[in-house]
Design a protein around this ligand. Sequence first.
Ligand code: P6P
Length: 333
Amino acid sequence: MQKKNKTLGEFIIENQSEFQYSTGELSKLINAIRLAAKVVNHEVNKAGLVDILGQAGDTNIQGEDQQKLDVLANEKFIQTLKNREIVCGIASEEEDDFISINSQDERHQNKYVVLIDPLDGSSNNDVNVSVGTIFSVYRRMTPVGTPVTLEDFLQPGKNQVAAGYIIYGTSTMLVYTTGHGVNGFTLNPAIGTFYLSHPNMQFPETGKIYSVNEGNYIHFPQGVKDYIKYCQKEEGDRPYTSRYIGSLVSDFHRNMIKGGIYMYPKSSVAEAGKLRLLYECNPMAFLAEQAEGKASDGFQRILDIQPSELHQRVPFFCGSKKMVEKAEEFMQA
Ligand code: P6P
């Protein structure tokens, strides 16, 4: 068990050898994310004080109104990652296409691609509810020395080499994995340092919280309706508690600590659900499995899905292993 109060920097150095292909690249990559997280955190925390709330007057490829903080978070993460000589490409929820980053010497020597949802749950910005950044890291598939291609981004989630989120909540935390468990770091804003506060985070095997937007109930498949009624039935350790913040990172984080299941199913009005496979479901699924939890689309493991499009959506069931398995039983009945 890792000693608490270690700084993120110390932790990265001590665990450097665990990162495949490591030649100090993990440090640069996570340090880039750490820096961007502190910049975005500063903006999110003062958002109520300056004219940065509300619409940026544009919409993203999802057709969603871009919040000003979305745009700022997107710009900060892209710029910070660009400045490191290890990222050859970035895909973002806020960018229609992927961004190719040529190494300064134009020799395309950078080895990693990063996919981000720069500010997930951003519709909560104006009402002071927690939001988060989600990131996913792969080693490129195409040869080093050539420009990055779409193939480098359309990898199944099981190929991820690192993934995590920053949650801008009552405290700001960076939670990530490189395939050796999940560790949470809390920011001390007074000195701008992240400290290891939640070593070896794990989902309880089961729980009593279910997170789903029940406003969509009438549109859900019958299996989802039946599972929700199962959660609400007075029997054994049920009824469960319903908790849904409308911010995936916040619901996921609470359920990982307390035990629970998060669901964003497909419906008659959203044939593939709402969440995006590449920069929401895959990183959260990697974290879930590394934390002894489970993540599926109701039928197959999220991390096994072969992506076909950059912004494709998938149904998402994620959390305590036994709760996801029970939901799958109802989906597959
Ligand atoms: P709905 C935020 O836009 C998000 O992607 C997740 O963070 C959140 O869980 C979900 O969508 C909320 O969607 O349709 O329930 O408002």
